[in-house]
Design a protein around this ligand. Structure first.
Ligand code: G3H
Ligand code: 13P
Ligand code: ZN
Length: 291
């Protein structure tokens, strides 16, 4: 059943586990994520970016997620979320479509500007009953950090600033930067767990980890212990899907021109990956009896 993202995150926060927020781009990704959630009896968040709304059509992809949940997965609590909304226009576009949870990502701006814009957007969204995730510090992308030595200090979330940021903006959840990076990028050898713990002590609210698609169980478990309630996962799904397609299509040696054979196997590859993540995050088996 379509469920408020805030409720899913608050339950994870109370229960000391994390959920996955998995990016989708199409039918196969969405089915794969929902199938994993069903098999693992896990709440889940499905999210799309502006780029995906442009690719698939915002109303089409939103309607696709909603219809699949309502018709085939009514027992699974599923939150639908806009990931990395970069400006007011895209947030407004998402709200018009029906999103009730958005991220405004002002992390590339100077602190004061990020705070002011996040505050305005949060107020606009809250007046309309929409949940808001902000980002403080900066979770870089592979293209920004390359594979050279990175000065991680300049990306990190400052715990004092985080307290002020949340108080002033009123966001419902915060994306943090503690050495994590988008894509399968070379990350800080070890996340700054101490910093994460401090942010958690100050905020006591759902904290979101972007860019941890490639984290092994040990890092995930420690991050959850230190207060993470949600891991965003995109690259791992892309890699699972494309790798499977590469194998089944294999140049011109393909034996089948029924695209459903290839897409179906690629979909299953995502499902298997998502199931493992749900176990690692601790969301498996967390659908409450009353839900
Ligand atoms: O951080 C978000 C995504 O991994 C990037 O997604 O290519 O749809 O903008 P995008
Ligand atoms: P990955 O690139 O590690 O999958 O991170 C995805 C993400 O943070 C989406 O918001
Ligand atoms: Zn992200």
């Amino acid at each position: 059943m379509i469920t408020e993202v805030k409720k899913i995150l608050d339950n994870a926060n109370k229960g000391n586990y994390a959920v996955g927020a998995f990016n989708t781009v199409n039918l196969e990704f969405t089915m794969a994520i929902l199938e994993a959630a069903k098999e693992k009896n896990s709440p889940v968040i499905i999210q799309v970016t502006e780029k995906t709304m442009d690719y698939a059509g915002g109303r089409a992809i939103f309607g696709l997620i909603k219809t699949l949940v309502e018709c085939y997965y009514p027992q699974i609590p599923v939150g639908i979320h806009l990931d990395h909304g970069k400006d007011f226009e895209v947030v407004q576009r998402a709200l018009e479509i029906g999103f009730t949870s958005i991220m405004y990502d002002g992390s590339r701006k100077k602190y004061a500007d990020n705070l002011m814009t996040t505050k305005k957007i949060a107020q606009f969204c809250h007046e309309r009953g929409v949940n808001v995730q902000g980002e403080l510090g900066n979770v870089p992308y592979l293209r920004e950090i390359g594979s050279e030595e990175v000065n991680w200090d300049k990306y990190m979330t400052d715990p004092d600033q985080a307290e002020e940021f949340v108080r002033e903006t009123g966001v419902d959840a915060l994306a943090v930067a503690v050495g994590n990076a988008h894509d399968f990028a070379k990350e800080r050898p070890e996340p700054d767990y101490e910093r994460l713990g401090k942010i958690n002590e100050r905020l006591n609210m759902p904290l979101i980890m972007h860019g941890a698609s490639d984290w092994e169980e040990e890092k995930v478990t420690e991050a959850v212990r230190r207060g993470i309630n949600c891991f965003n996962v995109d690259t791992a799904s892309r890699v699972a899907f494309v790798t499977s397609l590469g194998k089944t299509i294999d140049g011109n040696k393909s034996v089948s021109f029924d695209v459903r054979d290839h897409l179906g196997q690629a979909k299953s590859a995502i499902t298997e990956m998502v199931k493992k993540k749900m176990d690692m995050f601790g969301s498996s088996g967390k659908i409450e009896k009353s839900e």
